[in-house]
Write a protein that binds this ligand. Sequence first.
Ligand SMILES: [Zn+2]
Ligand SMILES: [Zn+2]
Ligand SMILES: [Zn+2]
Length: 336
Amino acid sequence: MMVAEAGKKLSSQAKSARDAQRLAVQFSRPLADVTDLINENIAALQRHSAYLEGRALAVAELEDNLYVPRIKLQLTELKHPITVCTSAQCCEVYLENNKKQHYYKQRCHDPCFLNNVPEDIIGSSDLMYCATMNNQYYCKKCSCHYSKHMHVFYLTRKAEIQERDEDQTGQKVKIRNTLEVMLKELLETLRVAESEYKQEREVVVRIMAKFSFFMEHNGSPLTEDAYQKYLHYLIARETRYGPDQELVQHYRSMLNDYIHEKDNIKAKSESKGQDAYTLTLEDVFDCAEALYDLKHTGHVLRELYNIQLKCLDSKGDKPGTSSALELNWSKKKSAD
Ligand SMILES: [Zn+2]
Ligand SMILES: [Zn+2]
Ligand SMILES: [Zn+2]
């Protein structure tokens, strides 16, 4: 059943122009599907690269925050008691741990040798006799009333510190370096895959344009451009049901690439002289082989194409050509 050629290339002699036309036609829809698949893959790769690049910053940020917060009391011990002022304008108010804290920075009598003043009691009446008070019991230094003052033996101030485990530091550096290397390698893999997909898209679009050119120039009754028709259908479908503007835009650019490539070929073929472009039967079959050789989407194309053949066979639509169009895939595969 299968007409397998002995050589690597499919011989054009065994094929008629009609075979080549059928091949080109039967590839239209698989090629459109595959271009779509390529575009989806490129988008997914780009999306994931952007995500990973964003995460890299998050990892660095996370590392900065690997500490145990601890509120410490900074203690200033005093040799002698001092008189401080506690009124709002004489204190330093600061936020620590989202709470207002007071630091008694205003030392009105330092040191104060008054005896029997209770410690840490604001406005103790004994403070009226502190040397800093005038005869109206207002402080000569800060001008506040004595009742705002206090005797203290020490001063405190709270401060948050970040406790980091020194033992972990070396380990963290190691983990970070490993992560960075892995991330870099993965991003490179994504980048390579993206450029491979883009190359495949170029090949596919170029070959589709060639197939179309071939059909038009071989008086095929199937000159209606199936690929273009399919893209129009996709655009119409998305516009109706989506409407996913990005996707519609996407199909439009596929269509433009394709039309551009077709125009290119047409211009080359119309140029006079020896290097005028022609497309032989053999070229068409070579194109099909080239498609099967595509790294990422070759096997998908083969599958889609073969499903179409099966459908045609089962419909009885086989004027002895469809099976002849089977490319010798199994032979090629085992040669890998
Ligand atoms: Zn005093
Ligand atoms: Zn004072
Ligand atoms: Zn004061």
